[in-house]
Design a protein around this ligand. Sequence first.
Ligand SMILES: N[C@@H](CCC(=O)N[C@@H](CS)C(=O)NCC(=O)O)C(=O)O
Ligand SMILES: [Fe+2]
Length: 293
Amino acid sequence: MTQKPEVTGFFDPRTWSVQYVVADPVTKRCVIVDPVYDFDEKSGQTASHNADRLLEFVRERGYEVEWILDTHPHADHFSAAHYLKRKTGAPTAIGERVKDVQALWKSFYNWPDFPADGSQWDRLFAHGDTFRVGDIDARVMFSPGHTLASITYVIGDAAFVHDTLFMPDSGTARADFPGGSAKVLWTSIQDILSLPDETRIFTGHDYQPGGRAPLWESTVAEQKAQNIHMAHYRTEDDFVAIREARDRTLAMPKLILQSLQINTNGGRLPEPESNGVRNLKIPLDLLNGAAWD
Ligand SMILES: N[C@@H](CCC(=O)N[C@@H](CS)C(=O)NCC(=O)O)C(=O)O
Ligand SMILES: [Fe+2]
């Protein structure tokens, strides 16, 4: 019988992100998936409101955190992995191809001394790696396409797919970031859709189409029948065509240049300079996709 973890989603309306606490209710052990560290781009202020909400929930339930997991280096918000590691002592993990993303952004930010070796995390998962959440079996599938390093965590009957499939009425993730590919994303989505039909799918963002309330849980069967990018465009060529056409219309996420700087470094903020202030570096004219009007 497939094990059923207790999954609690925490929606962050500022970044439309869904963060998860995934627990084995019997052993009271849990993992945190894709936690957000708050950043206000107008003032430059950072905060731990989202991460503290997760910690409060974990405390209330009497859970012990076993892992802090990221599905990929996010391009639209900061990861709270490092903050939560300091607070809980739990190890951090991400997919091993994060090294390729680090190499790319190391050159963009011109950081000659930055170790693009994944040493910023406690564990780098390879495709097929297994681990446990309490007594529940978990495994890792590579799901590249949105980024080079994206992975899916399959924990019991629940798959944390982050930026591959969104809710069926919302479609799929964009594939136009450096290292992204609509063709590769198609293959990753096929792998996710070949999980058992009753597998619970937990997405990493919800952009609330039509202004509806945020949602984040579906099933493989629902995605196969109803996802607007998959069900209506069943061939790879159709999918790639609609995905690339939509990507041409999208502005870059407002925090991409800030986020990759933090997230390729495991969620660490830059060290303070001699005046005690931390600074971000913004490369100019590196990315396309300016929305001038
Ligand atoms: N407006 C958002 C856009 C964020 C964005 O581009 N999200 C990515 C995931 S990181 C995506 O796949 N969006 C799909 C879409 O908008 O169709 C922002 O500025 O942060
Ligand atoms: Fe993303």
